[in-house]
Design a protein around this ligand. Structure first.
Ligand SMILES: Cc1cc2nc3c(=O)[nH]c(=O)nc-3n(C[C@H](O)[C@H](O)[C@H](O)COP(=O)(O)OP(=O)(O)OC[C@H]3O[C@@H](n4cnc5c(N)ncnc54)[C@H](O)[C@@H]3O)c2cc1C
Length: 317
């Protein structure tokens, strides 16, 4: 085992200040150095993404565009280097739930959070919201299947221990719902994990809620609850047009919700959050927040009180 670890160290690129993207990420790569997880060490394999490595774009799907930018689903697979002497079976791709990866194009660096990855096939998918005038957005807008892009990771600090069972509140804003999907899956896929999940999703309106199909699949599990917060939801009825947003009892909103979907037409504030406290349910409270830094700060503040979460158990993705 020791020589295997020594080999790993030799293969890893040393981390330098220039590896930070400079965007002030909560989990900066300089404080969260990509390193092999226990899962990888136990498998006796090498995690291909620990140093910058090439991934081939397998698929690209445009999810539509609007005033807030265009959305792309990108699917990548590791492009094995034929000269490195490794057999495909010697390596894996390990991006644990809640971790992100860094994309490097020349000296431009930007973090992205996979919403799906495959350990053995060495593939992952990201949802990208293109920012008008953004340098990486310009690059990603132009990528086509078969193009090669370089990624490094995994970067993050969240680790889930299924024992003892916990009450896990996962709160996501807009496209940042993507990295929360693997967090939900890791609990639901483990039949022995008795943790309960509350998945609270904040978006402008129903049109801006992504991964609804996945949430409906999750809703079949006894330990998963979700709620959509849609403060700008507005149908074409004259009453809702006049109020500039739908009423909580709006029949059109109800018709647009699918079985088991629950929506509130208000922002997620301290009082709303407190309705999910469920004090009778035992278990340590854990809060995970995915969104931009101001959203993370506000939710962490109100979550401490409304959900009775110890600040040590709050994780920002
Ligand atoms: C940990 C982490 C994970 C991330 N994961 C993803 C992901 O999975 N998918 C994804 O699309 N993006 C993700 N991002 C954002 C991503 O890294 C880039 O910032 C984004 O793609 C824009 O890059 P750019 O170079 O085109 O524009 P930038 O130069 O970075 O930004 C251009 C303009 O857009 C604004 N902006 C940038 N990002 C956002 C945002 N999310 N919301 C509102 N305004 C913004 C900037 O403030 C700036 O004004 C993540 C960011 C972090 C910190």
């Amino acid at each position: 085992m020791l020589s295997f670890l020594e080999d790993l160290k030799e293969n890893e690129e040393p981390l330098q200040d220039s590896d930070c993207c400079g965007n002030g990420c909560t989990n900066c790569i300089l404080d969260n150095k990509p390193r092999p997880s226990n899962r990888v060490l136990l498998a006796g394999k090498r995690n291909v993404i620990l140093s910058y490595t090439k991934f081939r774009l397998l698929g690209r799907e445009e999810l539509g565009s609007g005033p807030n930018g265009q959305l792309l689903l990108l699917h990548f697979a590791h492009a094995a280097d034929e000269e490195d002497g490794e057999r495909p079976g010697d390596t894996v791709l390990d991006i644990p739930p809640g971790h992100h990866v860094m994309l490097r194009v020349g000296c431009l660096l930007r973090p992205y959070s996979p919403y799906w990855s495959d350990f053995v096939a060495k593939e992952f998918r990201i949802l990208v919201k293109l920012q008008p005038e953004g340098p990486m957005s310009r690059h990603l807008q132009a990528v086509q299947p078969d193009d090669l892009l370089e990624f490094r990771g995994p970067i993050g600090q969240y680790v889930h221990d299924p024992q003892p069972a916990k009450c896990i509140y996962i709160i996501a804003q807009g496209v940042a719902i993507a990295p929360t999907l693997p967090l939900v899956r890791q609990v639901l896929d483990n039949e022995e994990d008795m943790s309960r999940l509350w998945h609270l999703v904040c978006a402008r309106d129903l049109q801006h809620v992504y991964f609804r199909e996945e949430m409906l699949e999750f809703a079949q599990f006894w330990n998963y609850r979700s709620c959509l917060h849609l403060p700008h939801q507005q149908c074409d009825s004259s009453a809702c047009q006049e109020a500039r947003h739908c009423a909580q009892q709006c029949p059109q909103l109800r018709d647009n919700l699918r079985n088991k979907e629950t929506a509130k037409v208000s922002r997620l504030d301290a009082a709303e959050l407190a309705t999910h406290l469920n004090p009778a349910i035992p278990g340590q409270r854990v809060l995970i927040v995915a969104g931009d830094s101001s959203f993370q700060k506000i939710i962490a503040q109100i979550g401490t009180q409304s959900l009775d979460v110890d600040p040590a158990n709050i994780y920002m993705l």
